[in-house]
Ligand binder design. Sequence first.
Ligand SMILES: O=C1CC[C@@H](CCC(=O)N2CCC(COc3ccc(F)cc3Cl)CC2)N1
Length: 321
Amino acid sequence: GSDVLSSLLRVSVTDSSMPEPGAAPRRSPQGVPYSDLPHIVNADGLHLFCRYWEPTGQPRALVFIAHGAGEHCGPYDEMAQRLKELSLLVFAHDHVGHGQSEGDRMNIKDFQIYIRDSLQHIDLMKSRHPDLPVFIVGHSMGGAISILTACERPGDFVGVVLIAPLVQMNPESATPFKVFMAKLLNHMLPSLTMGSIESKWLSRDKRQVEAYDADELNYHGGMRVSFGMQLMAAVERMQREIPSISWPFLLLHGDADKLCDIRGSRMMYDNSLSTDKKIKIYEGGYHALHHDLPEVAESVLKELTTWITEHIPAATSQEAQ
Ligand SMILES: O=C1CC[C@@H](CCC(=O)N2CCC(COc3ccc(F)cc3Cl)CC2)N1
């Protein structure tokens, strides 16, 4: 009757994506207003913290860095500085639910969100520098994001550098029984947490492990079953996509990696169509190669910067004039 109608009319409609003019400013998980931070707003209205390393002169290429699960893009500063010194314009953001970005900590409704947000940031930077070649560098889960991003835009990237990428599940943790239990639990208790990432397997350099453990921008809680399911789905999607990959890539992987099985990198190297591909195995190397023993970390930076600069297309005649 009319009373129902009148009560409905009293309901005030608030649209969260359009905050009222006087609304409090959106703040990072650390309490910093995003108006004070470099950021982009993703398709779901979440603020993603960004970092940029811009060379002084004219940049020769764009490099997007995709970080791994539970970390953020800050620890890539040294790598980015080395690339910036070679006149490359490096950019990155903290993925949803990581570091200084918004979102439920180390959780995602759909792995595709990471890829969609990466493409949004890449497209933004390409619109600002339309003539520059674009590279992606990805580590671990960031490697999976890089692979699937390049698969969505196979012609857009001159090269992809993968540091211990997540390509296949670790066979110990992915026994058929454990996978079955994870799927079962995901229906019953999706926010149940499994073990957390054991930092001792990240690097043989204990100062790096201590830095990781002490970094409050990292997520040190347990891995939610639902997040594990999204990682599994990404692994399954890569198995399907790898046979049709034909873009250039560089793979760097330690053969003592206990977090992302090196067999995934070998499988990608062996089963992709790419003719321009390189794999470098680091004997005894742990997972975070770029933060492993100093001589390994230095080698990784040299390999990566050399491969990228060698893959920057020679300037075409009209550009050279
Ligand atoms: O320097 C650094 C700091 C952070 C680290 C990166 C960590 C990262 O991204 N990992 C490692 C762990 C890996 C677990 O994988 C799974 C777990 C459960 C599951 F059900 C299915 C999968 Cl596939 C995912 C990828 N590197």
